[in-house]
Design a protein around this ligand. Structure first.
Ligand code: NAG
Ligand code: NAG
Ligand code: CA
Length: 275
């Protein structure tokens, strides 16, 4: 180290020695971003020409508000060996101007003690936007699990268990015409032992849409590989066209590759642990 400095001084002194030094009359400024926390400046005074002022500034860092830590929903046990035969899907009556319009809460089908008009299983939580036909009398549409509904007004409840395929932060997203509410985790989606939902819980996500504008609303959850998480979507159309998409965005994949096809990863309520 010492010898390097010495030789630098030596070279420098040779240089100085061999040149005609003049005081600089102007300066040029060079700004170098660096990772330090303060601004420092160095003036390089050459023998001729303008001095160079080197200003080292910290990298501009965007100040984001600290992200809230993702919630950790509680899983349930399920019966060992129970097959991934899909989520339960139940079709309920929804009055025109009812759930999805803000006039009825997502618990209305529980508190009113409604019986499903139809029930099935599905691995898919998506059906595309439709439009009102010219003659809407008797208008129907296909949804999931082979269930065909009165297209103008209906509610579908998707419930069961999602087996987390890895450990990390997952993102639950949905969009709907007119509303989808996501309930997730033990107690929130339903009770582990009964499989019954509570009318007194708040959804993790409320997504509302209509008039062919259905914003995607998301929330992060921290899940553990191999655990079975209760999930319940309450989707309602209070009138006119309808659409629905519920996706889970797994860790380490692009947002575009999030899925609404849970083949092999979802289990019906009947898989719950029976003591
Ligand atoms: C559609 O709305 C009408 C009027 O509110 C209601 O009587 C009917 O039960 C609803 N049908 C479904 C499938 O929700
Ligand atoms: C869901 O996927 C599983 C695994 O492939 C399959 O066994 C089951 O029949 C599927 N369920 C439905 C409703 O398609
Ligand atoms: Ca609608």
């Amino acid at each position: 180290m010492t010898s390097i400095i010495r030789s630098a001084l030596f070279v420098g002194s040779l240089f100085v020695y061999g040149a005609t030094c003049q005081r600089p009359t102007s300066t040029t400024t060079t700004t170098i971003p660096w990772t330090g926390t303060s601004v420092t400046s160095t003036t390089i005074t050459p023998c001729t020409g303008p001095a160079t002022v080197v200003i080292e500034t910290p990298f501009p860092t965007t100040t984001c508000p600290p992200a809230p830590p993702p919630i950790r929903p509680a899983p349930c046990e399920v019966e060992i060996g129970c097959g991934a035969s899909g989520l339960n899907i139940d079709y309920y009556q929804n009055p025109v101007g009812g759930y999805g319009s803000g006039n009825l809460p997502p618990s209305y089908y529980i508190t009113e003690g409604l019986s499903p008009l139809d029930s099935s299983l599905t691995n898919v939580t998506f059906f595309p936007q439709d439009t009102t036909p010219e003659d809407p009398v008797g208008w129907t549409r296909e949804t999931n699990g082979g269930i065909t509904v009165n297209a103008n007004n209906f509610t579908l409840v998707y419930s069961g268990f999602y087996r987390a395929p890895s450990t990390g932060v997952f993102t639950l997203c949905s969009s709907a015409d007119n509303e989808n509410d996501i309930f997730f985790g033990r107690g929130n989606a339903f009770g582990c032992d009964t499989g019954e939902p509570s009318p007194n819980v708040e959804p993790l996500v409320v997504s509302r849409g209509g008039n062919f504008v259905n914003p995607i609303i998301c929330t992060d959850v921290f899940l553990v590989q191999g655990r079975y998480y209760p999930v319940r979507n309450v989707m309602g159309n209070f009138g006119g066209p309808s659409a629905f998409d519920f996706t889970i965005w797994e860790p380490e994949i692009p947002f575009e590759d999030r899925t609404n096809d849970f083949t092999g990863d979802v289990y019906p309520l009947s898989c719950r642990w029976l003591f």
